[in-house]
Design a protein around this ligand. Structure first.
Ligand code: HEC
Ligand code: HEC
Length: 383
């Protein structure tokens, strides 16, 4: 389901449907407010710009993007593809607290899931890209020394030297089109953004299917939009307000314990203009980009589609599972959090977890890894 379809759901039909379901009736307005919070003018539209104009042109571009997403030859030493850290079976996340990073490096952040990507407004934990800048973010993933360490010229040459990839390229970009770095990023961006995670039990319930949610998950929805106040930040079709907040998530001790991760963190501060990068000791989130004191410890609200598949949680993976996340909010977050303690009962905490689990796509996003094609040289030419 696309963003506009979701927004339409947030309209009158949804409101009526909610009122028709007794357990949602008292929250109809809240929930609708939550889904309608993203104005139709925008990020969803902006996201469409990274997608191809017509379905026909689109299919070829997506097929090329699918192949490139799994293509480890795009990384410097051929060891990593996007799928190494964004595994389709895990909602496109990595399943470890801090990303493993490129060989002989370490990352200082958790690799987020990608379901519902194009419904979001801001990307990366510090929101440094807008959704319409997705191809730029993909270029960063391809070339950053701590993710894939690819070289644009070599990436293009490697694509050119694989006959089947060249064939897919020309189907997507035109008969005589030659591989370009820009095109690689655009194709991968289009495919990465193609998994909306739209068909969840929560979507069905909001459409009026009273039996879609278990009674416990339905209670979780009431808490999410009511007593627990989650929808204050997790709103709109992606369940994110696209804004930065401070929750006081504790630092990950792993970053300073592992020299490679420390170096990656210092490099991040240096490349964003820290006056004294060597003295930096923590991931300050938005602050590292703006250097404004008020931004220290602020991170962008992640989307929640498919969230049950993307443990561990938060920008540094310090919370192991959804129960730990809900317990964290119940305590009022960490030091300096802008949230307050919630006073939830054990049953209410479980209901919130059940609701978050109901945000898993009911039909699994089935992604079959494409076959690995050989270089022309391996097939005989030139060797
Ligand atoms: C070595 C692991 C690794 C590899 C390989 C990798 N990523 Fe990432 N990805 C990350 C990490 C870590 C982040 C979080 C970065 C941050 O917040 O600063 C991230 C963030 C993202 C985001 C932002 C998601 C959001 O909702 O904010 C997208 C999109 C993304 N990666 C796509 C890709 C694509 C496409 C590729 C292949 C070209 C790729 N990644 C390769 C680790 C990786
Ligand atoms: C004040 C805004 C705000 C409120 C209220 C809020 N969240 Fe969050 N949520 C965030 C931010 C920001 C993050 C990321 C924080 C970080 O990594 O430092 C986050 C992260 C999460 C994550 C982890 C997602 C991931 O991919 O790692 C889950 C799950 C979550 N929130 C669920 C909830 C639930 C359930 C509630 C209500 C009890 C709630 N949130 C209330 C802003 C908020």
């Amino acid at each position: 389901m696309n963003a506009r379809a979701l927004l339409r759901l947030a309209g009158a039909a949804l409101r009526a449907a909610l009122r028709a379901v007794p357990q949602f009736a008292p929250h109809a307005v809240l929930v609708c407010g939550m889904l309608a919070a993203t104005p139709a003018a925008t990020p969803a539209h902006a996201a469409d710009r990274v997608l191809p104009p017509s379905p026909a042109a689109g299919a070829a571009l997506l097929e090329l993007g699918r192949h490139l997403f799994f293509e480890s030859r795009l990384s410097g030493d051929g060891s990593r593809s996007c799928a190494s850290c964004h595994a389709p079976a895990r909602g496109f996340s990595e399943g470890v607290a801090l990303s493993r990073g490129y060989n002989h490096t370490g990352h200082f952040r958790n690799a987020p899931g990608l379901l519902g990507l194009r419904l979001k407004e801001r990307l990366a934990w510090d929101g440094r890209y807008r959704i319409d800048e997705l191809p730029k973010l993909v270029e960063e993933m391809l070339t950053s020394p701590i993710t894939m360490n690819g070289n644009p010229g070599i990436i293009v040459e490697r694509v050119r030297q694989v006959p089947q990839l060249l064939q897919l390229w020309q189907r997507a970009f035109g008969e005589r089109a030659q591989p370009s770095f820009d095109g690689v990023a655009r194709a991968i961006a289009a495919w990465s953004a193609a998994h909306d995670g739209g068909d969840t039990a929560v979507d069905a319930a909001l459409r009026g299917d009273a039996s879609a949610l278990s009674p416990r998950a339905a209670e979780g929805l009431r808490l999410f939009t009511g007593k627990a106040g989650c929808s204050g930040c997790h709103s709109g079709p992606a369940f994110s307000d696209g804004l930065a907040h401070r929750l006081g998530v504790p630092e990950s001790p792993q970053i300073l314990r592992d020299p490679e991760r420390t170096v990656a963190l210092l490099a991040h501060h240096a490349s964003h203009g820290s006056a004294d990068p060597m003295s930096e000791r923590s991931d300050t989130g938005v602050h590292a980009l703006t250097r404004r004191a008020a931004d220290r410890g602020r991170f962008f609200t992640p989307g929640l589609r498919g969230v049950a598949q993307t443990a561990p949680y938060m920008h540094n993976g310090t919370l192991p599972d959804l129960a730990a996340v809900v317990a964290f909010y119940d305590r009022g977050g960490g030091r300096g959090s802008e949230t307050r303690p919630l006073g939830l009962s054990a049953g209410e905490r479980e209901a919130l977890v059940a609701f978050l689990e109901a945000l898993t796509p009911r039909t699994a996003v089935a992604v079959v890894p494409p076959p690995a094609f050989d270089y022309a040289t391996q097939a005989g030419a030139g060797r």
